[in-house]
Ligand binder design. Structure first.
Ligand SMILES: [Zn+2]
Length: 303
């Protein structure tokens, strides 16, 4: 079944029904990684993972039989690069940006950022947790800079923080989950000079297939989500990249895949639409996409 390698059921969009959402994902045999973007949501991701760890049940014969066919809830812990700066940024899903008939004001959502300072010891605690299977999301985001920002300062802060997280990942020997927007060259340079032992995933990959191949050569997998369903802009990428280097993700509650209605809150179950798009472009079955991408995820995340 499907493996959603990048979800945010630990975010406020799911504060009323997050457990229900995860339960129905598990009932469908899914694996889900909830990803933290600051300390509080990282901690919540770990707590969620523990809440769902005891779903196995004793059968009359005494064997431990999992209540659900497969599936599990895991955590990734990190600081999203936009959270290093205090303030806010406007979040727009790419399909909202593309479609000019929609008013920008209703499409953009103002997301407050916390201006968090990286506390190595606190994150080390979370990183050591057995349910934490990746360090992230962390990385570089040069896309959300705004007028008046000290860009050199912010770029340096993002790079320094990323290096500390690489150190953390290597200390606990876990893979990483990168967020990277308008900064692939810098990320590639850092990963070449400061290698992550256990590699990881470049989440929400939106680069060219040539850039993709550079990450693959370093040992990374690419996370594809609803963005690839918004048109044919990523068909070439999907065609050129071998399925064995791709993992699926939703990035829910954001990036709801088509054909679901715009504005629908995304959730892990909807990852099937991302898989269907890959299957269509590659001319293979959705079952094969599910099988191979889930194997990839388990391998890269050490499960
Ligand atoms: Zn994310």
């Amino acid at each position: 079944m499907f493996f959603d390698t990048h979800a945010h059921v630990n975010f406020n969009a799911f504060k009323d029904d997050g457990e229900e959402v995860l339960r129905r994902s598990l009932e469908n045999g899914m694996n889900v990684v909830n990803v933290g973007s600051q300390y509080s949501t990282s901690k919540r991701a770990v707590e969620y993972a523990h809440k769902f760890e005891n779903l196995g049940t004793k059968s009359p014969l005494g064997d431990l039989v999992p209540k659900f066919s497969a599936g599990g809830v895991y955590a990734a812990i990190g600081i999203h690069p936009v959270h290093l700066k205090k303030g806010s940024f406007t979040h727009q899903d790419p399909w909202e940006i593309d479609e000019e008939d929609e008013s920008a004001s209703s499409a953009g959502r103002e997301i407050p950022t916390v201006g968090e300072t990286f506390d190595y010891a606190k994150y080390l605690d979370l990183a050591r947790d057995e349910k934490t299977i990746a360090i992230g999301e962390v990385g570089l985001d040069y896309h959300h800079f705004e007028e008046g920002d000290d860009i050199d300062f912010l770029k340096n802060l993002q790079k320094e923080t990323l290096l500390k997280f690489i150190q953390l990942a290597n200390e606990v020997q876990k893979p990483m989950m990168f967020h990277c927007w308008d900064a692939y060259a810098d990320l590639l340079e850092i990963l070449t000079n400061f290698p992550v032992t256990k590699k990881g995933i470049v989440h929400s990959f939106i680069g060219s297939y040539k850039t993709a191949n550079k990450f693959i050569a370093l040992g990374y997998n690419l996370g594809l989500n609803g963005i690839i369903t918004y048109g044919d802009g990523y068909d070439r990428l999907i065609k050129e990249v071998d399925l064995k280097n791709i993992v699926l993700e939703t990035d829910c509650p954001y990036l709801t895949p088509r054909p679901l209605e715009k504005g629908t809150r995304n959730e892990p179950l909807f990852v099937n639409h991302v898989a269907q798009k890959i299957a269509d472009v590659k001319g293979i079955s959705i079952e094969e996409v599910a099988k191979i991408t889930s194997q990839n995820a388990k391998e890269i995340l050490g499960l």
